[in-house]
Design a protein around this ligand. Structure first.
Ligand code: AMP
Length: 493
C-alpha cells in the first residue's frame, strides 16, 4: 500500500516525502484511515513500528480544518492531547508532530516536569492546537489553571502499559475527568495486560483493535545473543565487546541509576566516551547526553529502563543488556530501540549465573530461545554450583511452560506451595550430593529446557551442552534415576 491511498492531505504528504518514507509501515497502513474516519482505536504496537506517525498523521489530518494563522490565542484552543509517560518520549512525540505538521499552520507545544513552568505557560497562553504532555506536569498546570482541556476533540494515550508501570493511573483518571465527554480516543500499548484492558474499556468507545505484532513479540530483524559471564567480569567483557566489534553507537542498559553512573564513569576511564541517562539527571543533562549520542559524539549511552523508554535513535544497531531487567517486558522495550523500521539489530545480554532465572522468564515471554555464546576468556568460574542453583529456576520454568515430566509434576502438585518449595530444595540438594559422589545423571538436565533448534549448535556453556535432540550429551543414554519415582504418588490415592 502507498501513503497516497490512506486519505492524507497534500501538506501531510509533502512532509512524509521530506522524511524519505517510501511506504507506510503495517500499523500506519491500518491505523491511519480508521483514525481519519473518527473511530476510537486500541493499538497494540511497540516502539520502532512507526506507531508515532500512525496516530500523529491522522490526528493532524483531522485538525487541519482548524488550521489558521490568527494571532489571537482564542483562535487556537487545545484540540488534541497526547499523554506520554516520560519526558524523552514527550520531546520525541512533539518532534514528530512538528515534523509531520510542518506545512500546516497548526500550533503545538510540549510540557513535562523537571523544568521551569514559565516557558510552558507562555507557550500555552499564546494558543496551541496540540499538546504533548507527561501526566504529572499536566496536572500541575490544570491545578494552577494555566491551561484548560474543555475543547479537546482527540485524546491519545501513548505507551499505556508503561504509564501503568510507572504509577500514573490515578493521574490519568483525574485528567480524563477534565476532558469533554464527546471526543475521539486512541490508546497505544506494547502489551495487553488485564489492567490495560480495563483501562481501555473505561476510555475507549467501540474501539477498533489494531495489532501489528504478536503480544510481547519483538522484531524478527533483531538477533538475540547471551554471553554468560561472572558479574565481577561484566565491565571487562563489555569493553572487550565494544572494542572488538568496533561498536560506535550502542545503548547499554543497567538496572539502577547508580549502576548507570558507575558504568559510564568506568567506560570513560577506559577510553570509551559515554554518558549516563536516568531519572536523577536533570533535563538539560539528559537532553545533552542524548544529543551527543545521536550525533555520534559519544559511542555509548548507558541508560536505565525508565530513562530509555521511548528513545528514538535512528540506526541504532546494538543494545547491550549489562544486566537483565527484572521484568521480562522491559527486555522487549529495551531492545525495541534497535531493529527499527526495517533495519537489522543486535540485542546482546551479559548474563551471570544469578540472572539465569530472569533469562528463562524473558525467553518464555518472547517465545524464543536465545542463542548462548560463551566468549573465550570469560568462562564462568563456578559451574557446578551454578548448575544446581539453576535447577530451581528450570524446575519453575518447566512448571510454568507445562513441560515438566508428568511424574515430577504430580509430585509437585500434591504439595502446597511451601512444601513444594521444600521438596524442590530437597531434590536439588540430592542432585548436588549425587553429582559429587557418583557422577550420576542430573535428571533435570537430562531433559533440558532448550529442546530443539539451530541455537543448540552454538551452545558452548557446559551447563547447556546438548546433542541434536536437545538432550545433554553426557546423559543422553541414561534413564531417569529413581529420585523422582516417589512413593508420595501412592500415598495420594
Ligand atoms: P516509532 O515506532 O514511532 O518510534 O518510529 C520508529 C522510527 O521509524 C522513527 O525513526 C520514524 O522516523 C521511522 N518511521 C516511521 N514511519 C516510517 C515509514 N513509513 N518508513 C520508514 N521509517 C519510518
Amino acid at each position: 500500500m502507498l501513503f497516497e491511498q490512506l486519505g492524507l492531505s497534500t501538506d501531510l504528504m509533502r512532509a512524509i516525502y521530506d522524511q524519505g518514507y517510501t511506504k507506510p509501515t503495517p500499523i500506519q497502513e491500518q491505523a491511519i484511515p480508521i483514525i481519519i474516519d473518527g473511530n476510537d482505536v486500541m493499538g497494540g504496537a511497540q516502539t520502532g513500528t512507526g506507531k508515532t506517525a500512525s496516530f500523529t498523521l491522522p490526528m493532524l489530518r483531522r485538525l487541519e480544518i482548524y488550521a489558521n494563522t490568527s494571532m489571537s490565542p482564542a483562535k487556537h484552543p487545545i484540540r488534541a492531547l497526547i499523554l506520554v509517560p516520560t519526558r524523552e518520549l514527550a520531546v520525541q512525540v512533539h518532534e514528530s508532530v512538528k515534523t509531520y505538521g510542518k506545512y500546516l499552520p497548526l500550533r503545538s507545544t510540549v510540557i513535562y516536569g523537571g523544568v521551569n513552568v514559565d516557558a510552558q505557560v507562555n507557550a500555552v497562553r499564546s494558543g496551541i492546537e496540540i499538546l504533548v504532555a507527561t501526566p504529572g506536569r499536566l496536572l500541575d498546570h490544570l491545578q494552577q489553571k494555566t491551561l484548560g482541556l474543555s475543547k479537546i476533540e482527540i485524546f491519545i494515550l501513548d505507551e499505556a502499559d508503561r504509564m501503568l508501570d510507572m504509577g500514573f493511573m490515578p493521574d490519568i483518571k483525574q485528567i480524563i475527568q477534565l476532558l469533554p465527554e464527546k471526543r475521539q480516543n486512541l490508546m497505544f500499548s506494547a502489551t495487553f495486560s488485564e489492567e490495560i484492558k480495563k483501562l481501555a474499556s473505561k476510555i475507549l468507545k467501540n474501539p477498533v483493535l489494531i495489532e501489528v505484532a504478536k503480544q510481547n513479540s519483538v522484531s524478527e530483524l533483531i538477533t538475540h545473543v547471551v554471553h554468560p559471564v561472572d558479574t565481577t567480569r561484566k565491565q571487562e567483557l563489555l569493553i572487550s565487546l565494544i572494542k572488538q566489534k568496533k561498536l560506535h553507537q550502542v545503548l547499554v542498559f543497567t538496572r539502577t541509576k547508580q549502576g548507570a553512573d558507575h558504568l559510564a564513569k568506568w567506560l570513560n576511564h577506559s577510553g570509551i566516551s559515554s554518558a549516563a541517562i536516568h531519572g536523577d539527571r536533570n533535563q538539560l543533562q539528559r537532553t545533552q547526553a542524548l544529543a551527543n549520542f545521536k550525533q555520534s559524539l559519544i559511542p555509548v549511552l548507558v541508560a536505565t529502563d525508565v530513562a530509555a523508554r521511548g528513545l528514538d535513535i535512528e540506526e541504532l544497531t546494538h543494545v547491550i543488556n549489562f544486566e537483565l531487567p527484572n521484568n521480562p517486558e522491559d527486555y522487549v522495550h529495551r531492545i525495541g530501540r534497535t531493529g527499527r523500521a526495517g533495519t537489522k539489530g543486535f540485542a546482546i545480554s551479559l548474563v551471570s549465573q544469578e540472572e539465569k532465572k530472569l533469562l528463562i522468564d524473558i525467553e518464555r515471554v518472547l517465545g524464543i530461545k536465545v542463542r548462548i555464546e560463551q566468549i573465550e576468556g570469560f568462562e564462568l568460574r563456578n559451574k557446578n554450583q551454578s548448575l544446581s542453583d539453576n535447577a530451581t529456576s528450570i524446575l519453575d520454568s518447566k512448571l510454568k511452560s507445562n513441560t515438566l515430566p508428568q511424574q515430577i509434576k504430580k509430585e509437585l502438585f500434591v504439595k502446597n506451595n511451601s512444601t513444594a518449595d521444600h521438596f524442590k530444595k530437597e531434590m536439588i540438594s540430592k542432585l548436588r550430593n549425587t553429582r559429587r559422589s557418583e557422577k550420576i545423571v542430573d535428571p533435570l538436565f537430562s531433559q533440558p529446557y532448550v529442546s530443539t533448534g539451530s541455537d543448540v549448535k552454538n551452545v558452548k556453556d557446559d551447563s547447556n551442552v546438548l546433542n541434536k535432540k536437545g538432550i545433554h550429551k553426557k546423559h543422553s543414554n541414561r534413564p531417569l534415576p529413581a529420585l523422582f519415582i516417589s512413593p508420595v504418588i501412592g500415598k495420594q490415592k
